[in-house]
Ligand binder design. Structure first.
Ligand SMILES: [Zn+2]
Length: 204
């Protein structure tokens, strides 16, 4: 599946993204916006790479980290962009019957921010389980792969920006939880790390 943002990038930017294993869904369109703005938005939206930023001084590159560093001039920053430690979580929207598989550095306010930003145009997200691991990114990708045939892409607007939610799956809490636990065992992540919301049974 070609991500809608792919065509907004130059050939050399696409090559850079692919060479470093970055994902198109990590991109944030920073056209016309300054660092203070996109830094906050990217954190809320779980984005890692800003594109269409003001060109860097030395080479005119336009891909930057959430902190405004030029990624193409300073490849050390890539390690931060692809960092792995954090939380993999599943959220369910009862109104849309959709599951979101996500990765976040912090879990406490994740549900609030999904609903506040209307992730995917949806405001009844319930984060029903999470796993803290140093393979959180790998785990997220493994679960997404397992659910791939049910993937849906939603276009929505947030703060005047067009966003694409492509971590959404037409699945149920119990089916997606099963994919998560299977993926955990594939990656040898202890099942004891799974934290299930105490209201989980109300969702099924
Ligand atoms: Zn640069």
């Amino acid at each position: 599946m070609v991500h809608p943002f792919q065509s907004s990038l130059s050939k050399s930017e696409q090559a850079f993204i692919e060479m470093h294993g970055l994902k198109y869904e990590w991109l944030f369109d920073a056209q016309g916006k300054g660092l203070p703005f996109y830094k906050v938005k990217m954190e809320l939206l779980e984005k890692r790479v800003a594109f269409n930023t003001t060109p860097c001084k030395d080479y005119g590159h336009k891909l930057r980290s959430r902190h405004g560093h030029c990624l193409q001039c300073d490849e050390k920053r890539i390690a931060w962009v692809t960092r792995k430690r954090g939380f993999t979580y599943l959220a369910f929207s009862n109104s849309q019957k959709l599951v979101k598989v996500g990765f976040s550095e912090k879990i406490e306010n994740r549900e609030d921010s999904l609903n506040r930003t209307k992730y995917g145009g949806i405001a009844d997200w319930k984060v029903f389980c999470h796993v803290k691991t140093n393979q959180a990114f790998k785990l997220e990708s493994t679960v997404q792969k397992a659910l791939r045939t049910t993937q849906v892409i939603r276009e929505y607007e947030h703060g005047g920006f067009r966003q694409y939610a492509n971590e959404l799956f037409k699945s149920s809490p119990s089916d997606s939880l099963e994919s998560l636990t299977k993926s955990m065992s594939e990656l040898s992540i202890s099942i004891n790390k799974l934290v299930l919301d105490h209201n989980f049974s109300n969702l099924i």
